[in-house]
Ligand binder design. Structure first.
Ligand SMILES: N[C@@H](CCC(=O)N[C@@H](CS)C(=O)NCC(=O)O)C(=O)O
Length: 215
């Protein structure tokens, strides 16, 4: 019996495909080799039942038996507790993985998300907002991450949930060429996304949304 159920949208527009955050959860589940199934919730017509699982009406969420968990970071922390393939076994390694997991979300994604939104909306040119967010991401985040990633293969020593989140956050920046001056960040994204579990997660997310088009 499969206790782990990942819920994502039934369909999304082309643009975010391959980047919808259920990919983080698929990737972690694949790395851990945990059995799971994927269910869909309507993208267009979000009902009360959806908001009961995800208060912002977003995706993904994970149910594990009687637990329902939203926020990709919280889901990955939960999965990290289920498998030592996702979290180092030793105390220091676990602490490192947790701090880098939060750094990915709360320090890097908090800078990269507004940057990406400006790119999406075509505002990535000579405006005060673009200069502010582009400078913030580059000078205060990527520039400091660069020597860290040049000096280690994975953030917490061995591959962990922190790498899934950090690589996924940086992958979106890379999509819009934001890593061109940060070769260690780019190489890190390349080695993370070369992992078979990422490739499977990505392929299955793309197939999930393509199936919705076909239907
Ligand atoms: N902080 C949330 C963000 C979730 C999120 O932004 N989900 C996107 C898909 S990647 C979404 O649901 N977008 C539709 C919307 O916000 O209405 C997490 O990491 O789980």
């Amino acid at each position: 019996m499969v206790d782990l159920i990942l819920t994502t949208f039934d369909w999304v527009p082309e643009m975010p495909r391959g980047y919808v955050r259920d990919l983080r959860v698929r990737w972690a589940l694949e790395e851990a080799g945990l059995p799971y199934r994927v269910e869909s919730t309507p993208f267009r017509d979000r009902k009360a039942g959806h908001f009961a699982h995800q208060p912002f009406g977003q995706a993904p969420w994970l149910t594990d038996g009687d637990l329902s968990i939203f926020e990709s970071g919280a889901i990955l922390l939960h999965l990290g507790e289920l498998s030592d393939k996702l979290m180092p076994a030793d105390r220091r390694g676990r602490s490192d993985a947790k701090e880098w997991l939060f750094a990915a979300l709360n320090s890097v994604e908090m800078a990269s998300l507004p940057w990406s939104l400006l790119v999406f909306s075509g505002e990535n040119h000579d405006t005060p907002a673009w200069k502010l967010f582009d400078g913030f991401l580059r000078q205060h985040r990527l520039q400091h991450l660069e020597p860290v990633l040049a000096g280690r293969e994975w953030l917490a020593g061995t591959f962990s949930v922190a790498d899934i989140l950090m690589a996924d956050v940086l992958r979106l920046v890379d999509r819009f060429d934001g890593l061109s001056k940060y070769s260690a960040c780019r190489d890190y994204v390349a080695r993370a996304t070369a992992r078979p579990s990422f490739v499977k997660a990505y392929t299955e997310q793309m197939a999930h949304f393509a199936a919705a088009d076909a239907a």
